[in-house]
Design a protein around this ligand. Sequence first.
Ligand code: F6P
Length: 507
Amino acid sequence: MNADQLQNLRLQAGKSESIAKLFAADSSRSEKFTLDACGIHADFSRQLISSELLDALLATVADVRIGAKFAAMFAGDVINTTENRRVLHTAMRAEPSANEWAAQAAVQRERATAFAESVRSRSDIDAVINIGIGGSDLGPAMATRALRPFHDGPIVRFVSNIDAADLDAALEGLDPARTLFIVSSKTFTTLETMHNAERVRAWVSASGTDWTTRCAAATAHPKEALAWGIPADKIFEFSGGVGGRYSLSSVIGLPVMIAIGTENFNELLRGMREMDLHALNASPAMNLPVMHALTWFTNAVLLQLPTVAVVPYSHDLSRVPAFLQQLVMESNGKGVGIDGEELVHGTSPVVWGEPGTNGQHAFFQMLHQGTQVVPVEFVSTVEPLGNDVVAHDLLIANLIAQAEALASGSTTEDTQRRFPGNRPNTVLLLERLDPYSLGALVAMYEHSTAVQGWLMGVNSFDQFGVELGKSMAQIAANAIEKGEADTAQTMTHPLMEWFLRRRQNKS
Ligand code: F6P
């Protein structure tokens, strides 16, 4: 998108005075701004987007050639140009006949699901612990939590943090002889994962159990996994063209396969695949990921609202905000475009959130009356989980009430009790929280993130921004090991020296 297009869109966005006026001006607004796809009902009508702005946004979608970009991604073109890579997450769930990467993924998936089924039927395994971080943790952990009612396999826990407390808590009450560990790491070099993997290997071996019978790996680097000590028949491989945060549908989903079984996992993939085809084929105005991306783009880039609250009114979706933090912020949190030029407009919003109704009793005060406008995304389901229908009706009543109150506000002479309203929000309602719908939701978010990135002109598939911290952590770790602060770390040198002195005094 060039500067003139951005200027034009900002001008249009500036004309959308208030959500109330947009409703008053167009009796068909609800209909126009509501979309149904793959079991997801999306209501975008309370966004600050007029029909004129929507037309301008759709014209930009055409100018930026979003359709061609989707086609190139699905065809396996090298669209991650800064890393000279294909972007292959859609091949992980495509029909095996779709392309060579889909065929390879199907082979690995069959190996992984066969392994998962064998674990599910083993009487000598009580629990499975996934050791991984970032994309090798957040997607599978979010999905396992979301699909709790479908969980009929062994206990599945997730350990990600280098902080020993995380692993300590996960191991509590477990028997090393009856626990299986999955080392999930695309690179098989990540500091946190490799440290925790070493620790559990020692824990299992110390119990007299043969480690090689209690481990598996999901990785894009099978040679490294083999060299580290995972037997070849328990290494499940995925392509380097699958970004960590986009990897749930690859063999990184192994813990989910073990938790819910092959049939349910295949349903998750079916939901993703159907959303993929919808994203690829639906016209922009009827395309759920595209329309969703336009709302997030409008809020973050045009209206310059720096954050977005994602509030699941479904307790089992409680890890969705954390999953989206990586997906959106690691993908689009960039200051330089894919062409290497510095960007003059905003990019990724800060994504945050907690489930409702809990959030109502915590941060909603600020959402209603704070000076900073925070767009809100409500996510829930039509059907209740379990038998407490009254609870679900109350949950949805609260969701709808909050969506209304945020947008319409309330006027009174008493300024303390006044609600300004005009706070944009979207409601996404899944038919029910099942593997198919969750798959569709995840793929919708993946594609929306990519569309936002294409509109912003960034590469949503690299993540150079995490490298500096990683290399500096190595320098700091060496300093702690040597007991000597590194002079290169000038701004933290006194802090490191203080820490080393304190540590010496204690030891
Ligand atoms: O945080 C950076 C990152 O590279 C993420 O992109 C990735 O999901 C995570 O680390 C874990 O990496 P790996 O799967 O290679 O251990």
